[in-house]
Design a protein around this ligand. Structure first.
Ligand code: AMP
Ligand code: GLY
Length: 426
Protein backbone atom coordinates (compact mmCIF):
# COMPACT_ATOMS: atom_id res chain seq x y z
CA UNK A 1 0.00 0.00 0.00
CA UNK A 2 1.24 3.50 -0.89
CA UNK A 3 0.73 6.08 1.85
CA UNK A 4 1.35 9.83 1.81
CA UNK A 5 1.58 11.75 5.11
CA UNK A 6 1.07 15.53 4.98
CA UNK A 7 2.99 17.77 7.40
CA UNK A 8 6.46 18.56 8.68
CA UNK A 9 6.36 18.64 12.48
CA UNK A 10 7.06 16.37 15.43
CA UNK A 11 3.55 14.92 15.23
CA UNK A 12 4.11 13.92 11.60
CA UNK A 13 7.51 12.42 12.44
CA UNK A 14 5.83 10.27 15.11
CA UNK A 15 3.06 9.22 12.67
CA UNK A 16 5.57 8.42 9.92
CA UNK A 17 7.84 6.53 12.37
CA UNK A 18 4.87 4.43 13.44
CA UNK A 19 3.45 3.87 9.94
CA UNK A 20 6.92 2.84 8.71
CA UNK A 21 6.58 -0.20 11.01
CA UNK A 22 3.40 -1.36 9.27
CA UNK A 23 4.03 -4.51 7.23
CA UNK A 24 1.28 -3.49 4.80
CA UNK A 25 2.94 -0.28 3.64
CA UNK A 26 5.17 -0.68 0.61
CA UNK A 27 5.82 2.99 -0.10
CA UNK A 28 5.75 5.82 2.45
CA UNK A 29 6.06 9.44 1.37
CA UNK A 30 5.83 12.66 3.39
CA UNK A 31 5.07 16.16 2.10
CA UNK A 32 7.15 18.10 2.94
CA UNK A 33 8.60 16.22 5.95
CA UNK A 34 11.82 17.18 7.70
CA UNK A 35 15.34 15.80 8.24
CA UNK A 36 14.16 13.19 10.75
CA UNK A 37 11.17 12.07 8.70
CA UNK A 38 13.51 11.53 5.73
CA UNK A 39 15.03 8.57 7.60
CA UNK A 40 11.77 6.59 7.35
CA UNK A 41 10.03 8.00 4.29
CA UNK A 42 10.69 9.61 0.94
CA UNK A 43 10.10 13.35 1.24
CA UNK A 44 8.62 15.57 -1.42
CA UNK A 45 8.72 19.33 -1.29
CA UNK A 46 5.04 20.26 -1.41
CA UNK A 47 3.62 22.58 1.25
CA UNK A 48 0.71 21.21 3.34
CA UNK A 49 -1.51 24.16 2.39
CA UNK A 50 -0.88 23.64 -1.35
CA UNK A 51 -4.10 21.67 -1.79
CA UNK A 52 -3.77 21.35 -5.58
CA UNK A 53 -0.13 20.34 -5.35
CA UNK A 54 -0.90 17.55 -2.88
CA UNK A 55 -3.92 16.31 -4.84
CA UNK A 56 -2.00 16.29 -8.13
CA UNK A 57 0.94 14.47 -6.55
CA UNK A 58 -1.29 11.88 -4.86
CA UNK A 59 -3.13 11.28 -8.14
CA UNK A 60 0.02 11.01 -10.24
CA UNK A 61 1.75 8.68 -7.78
CA UNK A 62 -1.45 6.62 -7.31
CA UNK A 63 -1.39 6.91 -3.52
CA UNK A 64 -3.80 4.55 -1.79
CA UNK A 65 -4.12 6.70 1.33
CA UNK A 66 -3.30 10.24 2.45
CA UNK A 67 -2.94 10.96 6.19
CA UNK A 68 -3.27 14.68 6.96
CA UNK A 69 -1.39 15.81 10.08
CA UNK A 70 -1.95 19.56 10.63
CA UNK A 71 -5.15 21.59 10.95
CA UNK A 72 -4.49 24.14 8.18
CA UNK A 73 -4.87 21.76 5.21
CA UNK A 74 -7.91 20.15 6.87
CA UNK A 75 -9.53 23.57 7.30
CA UNK A 76 -8.68 24.39 3.67
CA UNK A 77 -10.56 21.29 2.51
CA UNK A 78 -7.72 18.93 1.52
CA UNK A 79 -9.73 15.84 2.47
CA UNK A 80 -12.71 17.05 0.42
CA UNK A 81 -10.43 17.60 -2.60
CA UNK A 82 -8.78 14.17 -2.27
CA UNK A 83 -12.12 12.42 -1.79
CA UNK A 84 -13.44 14.14 -4.93
CA UNK A 85 -10.60 12.38 -6.80
CA UNK A 86 -11.49 9.07 -5.10
CA UNK A 87 -8.32 9.09 -3.00
CA UNK A 88 -8.84 7.75 0.50
CA UNK A 89 -7.87 10.33 3.10
CA UNK A 90 -7.67 10.40 6.90
CA UNK A 91 -9.04 13.53 8.57
CA UNK A 92 -12.32 15.45 8.68
CA UNK A 93 -13.71 17.44 5.78
CA UNK A 94 -13.56 21.23 5.72
CA UNK A 95 -16.96 21.40 7.42
CA UNK A 96 -15.79 19.14 10.25
CA UNK A 97 -12.45 20.90 10.66
CA UNK A 98 -14.39 24.06 11.56
CA UNK A 99 -14.59 22.65 15.09
CA UNK A 100 -10.96 23.78 15.37
CA UNK A 101 -10.71 26.48 12.69
CA UNK A 102 -13.51 28.61 14.12
CA UNK A 103 -13.58 28.85 17.91
CA UNK A 104 -16.82 30.87 17.79
CA UNK A 105 -18.53 28.04 15.86
CA UNK A 106 -17.18 25.49 18.36
CA UNK A 107 -18.37 27.55 21.31
CA UNK A 108 -21.85 28.01 19.84
CA UNK A 109 -22.11 24.27 19.22
CA UNK A 110 -21.11 23.61 22.84
CA UNK A 111 -23.57 26.19 24.14
CA UNK A 112 -26.52 24.80 22.17
CA UNK A 113 -25.70 21.24 23.26
CA UNK A 114 -25.06 22.19 26.93
CA UNK A 115 -21.55 20.75 26.73
CA UNK A 116 -19.60 21.89 29.81
CA UNK A 117 -17.18 24.68 28.84
CA UNK A 118 -16.10 28.13 30.04
CA UNK A 119 -18.83 30.77 29.90
CA UNK A 120 -18.10 32.90 26.88
CA UNK A 121 -19.30 35.63 24.57
CA UNK A 122 -18.28 36.29 20.99
CA UNK A 123 -17.55 39.72 19.50
CA UNK A 124 -16.73 41.15 16.09
CA UNK A 125 -16.37 44.77 17.30
CA UNK A 126 -13.52 45.94 19.50
CA UNK A 127 -15.66 48.43 21.42
CA UNK A 128 -18.31 45.89 22.34
CA UNK A 129 -15.70 43.40 23.53
CA UNK A 130 -13.92 46.09 25.54
CA UNK A 131 -17.14 47.20 27.23
CA UNK A 132 -17.92 43.59 28.14
CA UNK A 133 -14.43 42.89 29.52
CA UNK A 134 -14.64 46.03 31.67
CA UNK A 135 -17.65 44.53 33.47
CA UNK A 136 -15.68 41.43 34.50
CA UNK A 137 -13.85 41.24 37.80
CA UNK A 138 -11.98 37.93 37.48
CA UNK A 139 -9.52 36.27 35.13
CA UNK A 140 -10.47 36.52 31.47
CA UNK A 141 -9.25 34.59 28.43
CA UNK A 142 -9.26 36.35 25.06
CA UNK A 143 -9.11 34.13 21.97
CA UNK A 144 -8.75 34.93 18.30
CA UNK A 145 -11.50 32.77 16.79
CA UNK A 146 -9.46 31.67 13.75
CA UNK A 147 -6.29 29.61 13.37
CA UNK A 148 -3.20 31.19 14.95
CA UNK A 149 -0.74 28.30 15.41
CA UNK A 150 -1.81 27.80 19.03
CA UNK A 151 -0.75 31.33 19.95
CA UNK A 152 -4.03 33.22 19.55
CA UNK A 153 -5.19 32.47 23.08
CA UNK A 154 -4.21 34.99 25.76
CA UNK A 155 -4.92 34.03 29.36
CA UNK A 156 -5.22 37.13 31.58
CA UNK A 157 -5.43 37.46 35.35
CA UNK A 158 -7.46 40.65 35.29
CA UNK A 159 -9.63 42.71 32.91
CA UNK A 160 -6.93 45.38 32.37
CA UNK A 161 -4.59 42.77 30.89
CA UNK A 162 -7.48 41.35 28.88
CA UNK A 163 -8.07 44.71 27.23
CA UNK A 164 -4.39 44.84 26.22
CA UNK A 165 -4.79 41.32 24.80
CA UNK A 166 -7.92 42.42 22.95
CA UNK A 167 -6.01 45.34 21.41
CA UNK A 168 -3.30 42.97 20.23
CA UNK A 169 -5.87 40.77 18.50
CA UNK A 170 -8.42 43.30 17.19
CA UNK A 171 -6.50 46.57 16.78
CA UNK A 172 -2.89 45.58 16.07
CA UNK A 173 -4.23 42.47 14.34
CA UNK A 174 -1.29 40.35 15.43
CA UNK A 175 -3.04 37.23 14.18
CA UNK A 176 -4.49 38.83 11.03
CA UNK A 177 -8.02 37.80 10.00
CA UNK A 178 -7.97 35.03 12.64
CA UNK A 179 -8.80 37.88 15.04
CA UNK A 180 -11.84 39.25 13.15
CA UNK A 181 -13.99 37.52 15.76
CA UNK A 182 -12.90 37.10 19.37
CA UNK A 183 -14.15 34.74 22.04
CA UNK A 184 -13.97 36.26 25.53
CA UNK A 185 -14.36 33.68 28.24
CA UNK A 186 -13.99 33.02 31.95
CA UNK A 187 -10.62 31.74 33.08
CA UNK A 188 -10.90 28.16 34.28
CA UNK A 189 -8.69 26.77 37.03
CA UNK A 190 -7.54 23.16 37.27
CA UNK A 191 -5.28 20.70 35.53
CA UNK A 192 -5.46 20.11 31.78
CA UNK A 193 -5.71 16.84 29.96
CA UNK A 194 -5.85 16.05 26.25
CA UNK A 195 -8.47 13.46 25.35
CA UNK A 196 -7.94 12.15 21.82
CA UNK A 197 -10.43 9.90 20.09
CA UNK A 198 -10.80 8.24 16.71
CA UNK A 199 -14.24 9.01 15.33
CA UNK A 200 -16.24 7.38 12.52
CA UNK A 201 -19.92 7.46 11.54
CA UNK A 202 -21.02 5.26 14.44
CA UNK A 203 -18.17 5.00 16.90
CA UNK A 204 -15.87 6.95 19.20
CA UNK A 205 -12.66 5.18 20.26
CA UNK A 206 -10.83 7.06 23.02
CA UNK A 207 -7.03 6.78 23.04
CA UNK A 208 -4.86 6.73 26.16
CA UNK A 209 -4.81 9.99 28.14
CA UNK A 210 -2.05 12.53 27.59
CA UNK A 211 -1.11 15.86 29.08
CA UNK A 212 0.58 18.72 27.25
CA UNK A 213 2.60 21.61 28.75
CA UNK A 214 1.68 24.76 26.85
CA UNK A 215 3.62 27.60 28.56
CA UNK A 216 7.29 28.12 27.69
CA UNK A 217 8.53 28.36 31.29
CA UNK A 218 8.97 25.82 34.05
CA UNK A 219 6.06 25.58 36.49
CA UNK A 220 3.79 26.58 33.57
CA UNK A 221 4.87 30.22 33.43
CA UNK A 222 5.24 32.65 30.54
CA UNK A 223 3.50 32.78 27.17
CA UNK A 224 1.79 29.82 25.55
CA UNK A 225 3.57 27.79 22.88
CA UNK A 226 2.42 24.98 20.60
CA UNK A 227 3.39 22.62 23.48
CA UNK A 228 6.71 22.06 25.25
CA UNK A 229 6.28 18.43 26.28
CA UNK A 230 3.73 15.70 26.92
CA UNK A 231 3.37 12.33 28.56
CA UNK A 232 1.04 9.36 28.69
CA UNK A 233 -0.75 7.93 30.61
CA UNK A 234 -1.85 10.62 33.06
CA UNK A 235 -3.02 9.97 36.65
CA UNK A 236 -6.10 12.08 36.01
CA UNK A 237 -8.86 11.75 34.94
CA UNK A 238 -9.82 8.47 36.59
CA UNK A 239 -12.19 6.08 34.79
CA UNK A 240 -15.27 7.72 36.28
CA UNK A 241 -14.35 11.20 35.07
CA UNK A 242 -13.20 9.82 31.72
CA UNK A 243 -16.63 8.24 31.22
CA UNK A 244 -18.17 11.56 32.19
CA UNK A 245 -16.05 13.28 29.50
CA UNK A 246 -17.16 10.70 26.95
CA UNK A 247 -20.83 11.05 27.84
CA UNK A 248 -21.02 14.82 28.39
CA UNK A 249 -18.48 16.03 25.83
CA UNK A 250 -17.49 13.55 23.12
CA UNK A 251 -20.85 11.94 22.40
CA UNK A 252 -22.84 15.21 22.14
CA UNK A 253 -20.19 17.06 20.11
CA UNK A 254 -19.77 14.21 17.63
CA UNK A 255 -23.55 13.95 17.41
CA UNK A 256 -23.77 17.68 16.74
CA UNK A 257 -21.05 17.48 14.07
CA UNK A 258 -22.68 14.54 12.32
CA UNK A 259 -25.86 16.60 12.13
CA UNK A 260 -24.21 19.57 10.43
CA UNK A 261 -24.88 17.91 7.06
CA UNK A 262 -21.82 15.79 7.24
CA UNK A 263 -19.99 12.91 8.86
CA UNK A 264 -16.99 13.61 11.07
CA UNK A 265 -14.33 10.99 10.45
CA UNK A 266 -10.81 11.32 11.79
CA UNK A 267 -9.26 12.25 15.06
CA UNK A 268 -11.05 14.53 17.50
CA UNK A 269 -9.00 16.13 20.25
CA UNK A 270 -10.73 17.61 23.28
CA UNK A 271 -8.60 19.89 25.45
CA UNK A 272 -10.20 19.52 28.89
CA UNK A 273 -9.72 21.45 32.13
CA UNK A 274 -10.44 19.28 35.16
CA UNK A 275 -12.04 21.94 37.38
CA UNK A 276 -13.52 21.69 40.87
CA UNK A 277 -16.90 21.82 39.10
CA UNK A 278 -16.09 18.89 36.80
CA UNK A 279 -14.42 18.57 33.40
CA UNK A 280 -14.87 21.52 31.03
CA UNK A 281 -13.83 21.92 27.39
CA UNK A 282 -11.05 24.41 26.60
CA UNK A 283 -10.93 23.68 22.89
CA UNK A 284 -11.47 21.08 20.21
CA UNK A 285 -8.88 20.20 17.61
CA UNK A 286 -9.58 18.29 14.42
CA UNK A 287 -6.30 16.33 14.36
CA UNK A 288 -3.70 14.60 16.51
CA UNK A 289 -2.02 16.76 19.18
CA UNK A 290 1.56 17.90 18.92
CA UNK A 291 3.49 16.87 21.05
CA UNK A 292 0.90 14.44 22.51
CA UNK A 293 1.25 12.15 19.49
CA UNK A 294 4.94 11.49 20.20
CA UNK A 295 4.42 9.63 23.52
CA UNK A 296 1.20 8.04 22.20
CA UNK A 297 2.95 6.52 19.16
CA UNK A 298 5.76 5.21 21.39
CA UNK A 299 3.14 3.38 23.48
CA UNK A 300 0.91 2.15 20.63
CA UNK A 301 1.65 -1.49 19.86
CA UNK A 302 -1.07 -2.03 17.26
CA UNK A 303 -0.66 -1.11 13.61
CA UNK A 304 -1.68 2.54 13.22
CA UNK A 305 -2.67 1.83 9.62
CA UNK A 306 -5.41 -0.58 10.79
CA UNK A 307 -6.89 2.12 13.01
CA UNK A 308 -6.74 4.76 10.28
CA UNK A 309 -8.46 2.48 7.78
CA UNK A 310 -11.08 1.52 10.36
CA UNK A 311 -11.95 5.22 10.73
CA UNK A 312 -12.29 5.74 6.99
CA UNK A 313 -14.38 2.58 6.55
CA UNK A 314 -16.63 3.17 9.61
CA UNK A 315 -15.28 0.00 11.22
CA UNK A 316 -13.89 1.34 14.48
CA UNK A 317 -16.05 -1.15 16.35
CA UNK A 318 -13.93 -3.93 14.84
CA UNK A 319 -10.55 -2.87 16.20
CA UNK A 320 -8.85 -2.89 19.59
CA UNK A 321 -5.75 -0.84 20.23
CA UNK A 322 -3.00 -2.44 22.26
CA UNK A 323 -0.88 -0.07 24.37
CA UNK A 324 2.49 -0.54 26.04
CA UNK A 325 1.65 -0.26 29.76
CA UNK A 326 4.90 1.63 30.34
CA UNK A 327 4.65 5.42 30.42
CA UNK A 328 6.19 7.58 27.69
CA UNK A 329 7.30 11.18 27.96
CA UNK A 330 8.33 13.75 25.36
CA UNK A 331 10.50 16.81 26.06
CA UNK A 332 10.49 19.46 23.32
CA UNK A 333 13.79 21.20 22.57
CA UNK A 334 13.16 24.66 21.13
CA UNK A 335 15.07 27.54 19.53
CA UNK A 336 16.18 30.55 21.61
CA UNK A 337 13.44 33.20 21.50
CA UNK A 338 10.53 30.82 20.80
CA UNK A 339 7.50 31.42 21.00
CA UNK A 340 8.65 34.88 19.89
CA UNK A 341 11.16 35.56 17.11
CA UNK A 342 13.88 32.98 16.61
CA UNK A 343 16.65 32.28 14.11
CA UNK A 344 16.96 29.05 12.10
CA UNK A 345 19.89 27.35 10.42
CA UNK A 346 21.78 26.30 13.59
CA UNK A 347 23.70 23.03 13.10
CA UNK A 348 22.54 20.21 15.41
CA UNK A 349 24.98 17.59 16.70
CA UNK A 350 24.63 14.46 18.84
CA UNK A 351 21.37 13.14 17.35
CA UNK A 352 22.69 9.60 16.77
CA UNK A 353 24.34 9.40 20.20
CA UNK A 354 21.06 10.49 21.82
CA UNK A 355 19.18 7.58 20.25
CA UNK A 356 21.59 4.96 21.64
CA UNK A 357 19.74 5.35 24.96
CA UNK A 358 17.26 2.42 25.16
CA UNK A 359 13.62 3.05 24.17
CA UNK A 360 14.44 6.63 23.19
CA UNK A 361 13.49 8.30 19.90
CA UNK A 362 14.39 11.81 18.79
CA UNK A 363 11.41 13.06 16.81
CA UNK A 364 12.24 16.04 14.60
CA UNK A 365 9.84 19.00 14.67
CA UNK A 366 11.66 21.87 12.96
CA UNK A 367 14.77 20.57 11.20
CA UNK A 368 16.14 20.37 7.71
CA UNK A 369 19.02 18.68 5.97
CA UNK A 370 21.71 21.07 4.71
CA UNK A 371 24.41 19.05 2.95
CA UNK A 372 25.56 16.49 5.49
CA UNK A 373 24.32 18.57 8.43
CA UNK A 374 20.96 18.69 10.16
CA UNK A 375 20.07 22.29 11.03
CA UNK A 376 17.27 23.95 12.98
CA UNK A 377 14.28 25.16 10.96
CA UNK A 378 11.55 26.02 13.45
CA UNK A 379 10.61 27.20 16.93
CA UNK A 380 10.08 23.70 18.22
CA UNK A 381 13.09 21.78 16.91
CA UNK A 382 13.03 18.29 18.46
CA UNK A 383 10.72 16.15 20.59
CA UNK A 384 12.95 13.79 22.54
CA UNK A 385 10.70 10.92 23.63
CA UNK A 386 11.32 7.86 25.79
CA UNK A 387 9.51 4.95 27.37
CA UNK A 388 10.46 4.12 30.94
CA UNK A 389 9.62 1.78 33.80
CA UNK A 390 8.18 4.83 35.53
CA UNK A 391 7.42 8.33 34.32
CA UNK A 392 10.49 9.77 36.03
CA UNK A 393 12.61 7.03 34.43
CA UNK A 394 11.23 8.05 31.03
CA UNK A 395 12.03 11.68 31.80
CA UNK A 396 15.53 10.80 32.96
CA UNK A 397 16.14 9.05 29.62
CA UNK A 398 14.92 12.15 27.75
CA UNK A 399 17.26 14.36 29.77
CA UNK A 400 20.21 12.03 29.17
CA UNK A 401 19.47 12.11 25.45
CA UNK A 402 19.12 15.90 25.41
CA UNK A 403 22.49 16.24 27.20
CA UNK A 404 24.08 14.63 24.10
CA UNK A 405 22.37 16.99 21.64
CA UNK A 406 23.76 20.43 20.92
CA UNK A 407 22.71 23.46 18.93
CA UNK A 408 23.14 27.14 19.55
CA UNK A 409 20.39 28.45 21.87
CA UNK A 410 18.74 25.06 22.57
CA UNK A 411 16.14 25.29 25.35
CA UNK A 412 13.91 22.75 27.07
CA UNK A 413 11.73 22.59 30.16
CA UNK A 414 13.18 20.31 32.81
CA UNK A 415 9.87 19.75 34.59
CA UNK A 416 7.75 17.96 31.95
CA UNK A 417 5.40 15.55 33.72
CA UNK A 418 5.81 17.32 37.07
CA UNK A 419 2.14 17.09 38.00
CA UNK A 420 2.22 13.30 37.82
CA UNK A 421 5.81 12.84 39.06
CA UNK A 422 5.38 15.09 42.13
CA UNK A 423 1.89 13.84 42.87
CA UNK A 424 1.34 12.72 46.43
CA UNK A 425 -0.28 9.29 46.70
CA UNK A 426 -3.94 9.65 47.71
P1 AMP B 1 -6.91 26.66 23.37
O1 AMP B 1 -6.12 26.75 22.09
O2 AMP B 1 -8.26 27.27 23.31
O3 AMP B 1 -6.86 25.32 24.02
O4 AMP B 1 -6.05 27.49 24.42
C1 AMP B 1 -4.69 27.24 24.60
C2 AMP B 1 -4.41 27.13 26.06
O5 AMP B 1 -4.86 28.30 26.75
C3 AMP B 1 -5.11 25.98 26.75
O6 AMP B 1 -4.42 24.78 26.60
C4 AMP B 1 -5.13 26.46 28.18
O7 AMP B 1 -3.88 26.26 28.80
C5 AMP B 1 -5.34 27.94 28.01
N1 AMP B 1 -6.77 28.27 28.09
C6 AMP B 1 -7.66 28.32 27.08
N2 AMP B 1 -8.89 28.63 27.52
C7 AMP B 1 -8.79 28.77 28.84
C8 AMP B 1 -9.72 29.09 29.88
N3 AMP B 1 -11.00 29.34 29.63
N4 AMP B 1 -9.26 29.13 31.15
C9 AMP B 1 -7.96 28.91 31.42
N5 AMP B 1 -7.03 28.61 30.50
C10 AMP B 1 -7.43 28.54 29.21
N1 GLY C 1 -0.58 20.16 21.94
C1 GLY C 1 -1.59 21.06 21.59
C2 GLY C 1 -2.11 20.92 20.26
O1 GLY C 1 -1.74 20.03 19.52
O2 GLY C 1 -2.94 21.73 19.88
Amino acid sequence: MKVLVVGSGGREHALVWKLAQSPRITRLICAPGNAGIARHAQTVNIKPDDTNGIVEFATKEKMDLVVVGPEDPLCLGLVDALTARSIRAFGPTKAGARIEGDKAFAKELMQTRSIPTADARMFTKFRDAKTYIATRDTGVVVKAAGLAKGKGVIVCDDPADAIIALERIMVKREFGPAGDTVVVEEKLVGSEVSVLAFVDRQNIYVLENTQDHKPIGEGDTGPNTGGMGAYSPTPEPDDKVLHQIEAEVLVPIVDALHKEDMTYRGLLYAGIMLTAGGPKVLEFNCRFGDPETQPLMMRLRSDLLDAIEAVIDDKLDQITLDWDPRPALCVVVSSAGYPGEYAGGKPITGLDQAETIPDTVVFHAGTRQLGDQVVTAGGRVLGVTALGDTLSHARQRCHEAIARIHFDGAYHRKDIGYRAINRKPK
